[in-house]
Design a protein around this ligand. Structure first.
Ligand SMILES: [Zn+2]
Length: 213
């Protein structure tokens, strides 16, 4: 999860039915605000949906309650987790740390950031379900393809970092590597939170790229 900058509801947008946010101009604004990726797992899939962060029926057509999520996360969240972090208000990176662990088995580790005092138990629980803790076969398959994509992103980051930090890399290739790295760690990128954790936790990476987080 990363911080999302939500556009205030334009005066000419009216939402009084599901159709209005599913197919109307509201949908395009929300998709764009959320960088076309799921606010929960940060994937960019073909099966994206408008999701209601708070499932309370009275908030169904409330602009600030419309979020952009993938089917995998929406199906796991269902009508629960009404009190998960509102990433359009709170910066999740100040409170949640995501990292990929390889041993004893591959998993996305989710923990509360040191120094965070926010009550985020339900957000951590939902993220743990989304990133591999869910039990149905469809959900497990959803996570397996997500894990493959996360590893692919991390390999790209690793390769670009090696090129960037290698003393034998000439200046123009170094610039290319830097551009790749900046795109990969941008909040708009898929699975940005995990990659940004890596930048914060590796000294040399932080020295070079911490300023861009
Ligand atoms: Zn998702």
């Amino acid at each position: 999860m990363v911080k999302i900058n939500r556009t205030p509801k334009p005066d000419d947008i009216v939402i009084t039915s599901d159709e209005h946010y599913r197919n109307g101009p509201a949908h395009d604004i929300i998709r764009n605000d959320f960088n076309n990726k799921c606010y929960i797992c940060e994937c960019k899939s073909n099966s994206m949906e408008i999701e209601h962060r708070n499932p309370d029926k009275s908030l169904r057509y409330c602009w600030d309650n419309l979020f952009y999520a993938c089917r995998h996360c929406n199906s796991i969240k269902g009508t629960s987790y009404a009190d998960i972090i509102d990433c359009t208000i709170i910066d999740p990176e100040e409170h949640i740390e995501l990292s990929l662990e390889l041993f004893p088995s591959e998993m996305v580790a989710i923990s509360q950031q040191n120094g965070s005092c926010l009550s985020i138990g339900s957000t951590l629980e939902l993220l743990r379900l989304v990133y591999g803790g869910a039990k149905t076969k469809v959900q497990i398959a959803g996570f397996e393809s997500m894990l493959a994509e996360i590893k692919e992103e991390l390999v790209k980051l690793q390769e670009a970092m090696i090129m960037y930090l290698d003393n034998n890399t000439d200046q123009s290739r170094k610039e290319v590597a830097k551009e790749i790295i900046l795109k990969l760690i941008d909040k708009n990128a898929k699975y940005a939170a995990i990659k940004r954790t890596i930048i914060r936790s590796v000294g040399t990476y932080k020295n070079e790229f911490g300023q861009y987080l």
